[in-house]
Design a protein around this ligand. Sequence first.
Ligand SMILES: Nc1ncnc2c1ncn2[C@@H]1O[C@H](COP(=O)(O)OP(=O)(O)OP(=O)(O)O)[C@@H](O)[C@H]1O
Ligand SMILES: [Mg+2]
Length: 392
Amino acid sequence: MLTLFGWTSKKKVSRAEVLQKRAERRKKSTQPIATTTPKIQSRKERTTISPFERLALWWAYDIGIDLGTTNVLIYIKGKGVVLDEPAYVAWNINTHEVVAVGEDARIMLGRTPADIEVIRPLQDGVINNYDMTEFMLRYYIKSVLPASSLFKPRIVICVPSGITPVEKRAVIEAVLQTGARKTVLIEEPLAAALGTGLDKATSAGAIVVDVGGGTTDVAVLCTTGVVVSKSLRMGGDKFDEAIIAYIKRRRKLLIGRRTAEEVKIAIGTVDRKAPIEEITVRGRDIVSGLPKAITVTSKEVQKALERPVSIILEGIKDILEKTPPELVAEICDHGIILTGGGALISGFDRLITRAIGVAAYLVDNPRYSVIVGTGRALREMDRFQDSLEELQ
Ligand SMILES: Nc1ncnc2c1ncn2[C@@H]1O[C@H](COP(=O)(O)OP(=O)(O)OP(=O)(O)O)[C@@H](O)[C@H]1O
Ligand SMILES: [Mg+2]
């Protein structure tokens, strides 16, 4: 390039070169970013939209994301929940190539050759591996967005209530890197409350306990939004770890994370009075180092979970102590609203009711409360404007 008295004369480029460059660009933009494509599993929460909104879908998409420690869920305005995938990425540590994302990566957990590592980019509700979080988000967004959308999407994303500004910044950066036109943050407990049908305008006071995989968010909400909240680094993952530690200590058997989660889901309970159930568990005997199968009872699982569950109960008590007295009466009327996948463990509502003295209710489909609430915030953006943190 030659610059002379402000005039710029460009080097002449042949048509063949232009065509080759264009072909390269096209190839790059259509290349899959990983070798697998996540299945689009759920289209449950469908909404009716006006013809104008349908037309708007041609131009740009409004997306809600529940970026959870264990699962990522995506909502598209006008379509409902379009993606529900585990937050796992499998990559080759030598070539730095991603080999699988989502369920395909989760299946590989604990069964990979030495050079493949299966990771969860988020830990305890916050980003642990920035690059992989961005990759995973970009991959999921790309897999649900039709090629017809002309403009970049507007994204509403959930964050745990207690994350630091640095952790929040990391989420924002990751979303912006995916090509979002505008990013809006919503606190998880508020989204969960909206998803359970609570209306900010009419509900005077309510307490929501969202037990996720990495965090448990406890929040008191009233007409103006979140009054007091707490995010405990405690959830389903810690339940699994507690089961692993218990079986190792008491039964001298080493089991993996996936097995521990299977045990928790199959026979797990936090209720001391629950009828006893059994399951056969396979692992490695610590003494002999050989494979062994044992029978584990639900009573053992309940004992293993006593400590992590007591931390959640303490968290709820702590929040209630900080709640303005006027709201406490309202909370007693509404009861404690239980959401999140971790709350699905048998007997959790009964245990909370007994320990706190306020009735606790497990909502329908607790894993979907946050994403359904995010979708609602997206649809009624004007109404919830003051509770959303607009960033771009
Ligand atoms: N039936 C069940 N019984 C017990 N636990 C369950 C059940 N189903 C799912 N879980 C647990 O729920 C957790 C995932 O819940 P959820 O999808 O709400 O978490 P997340 O939103 O990804 O995490 P976070 O909100 O902490 O970032 C996992 O630990 C999983 O083992
Ligand atoms: Mg969650």
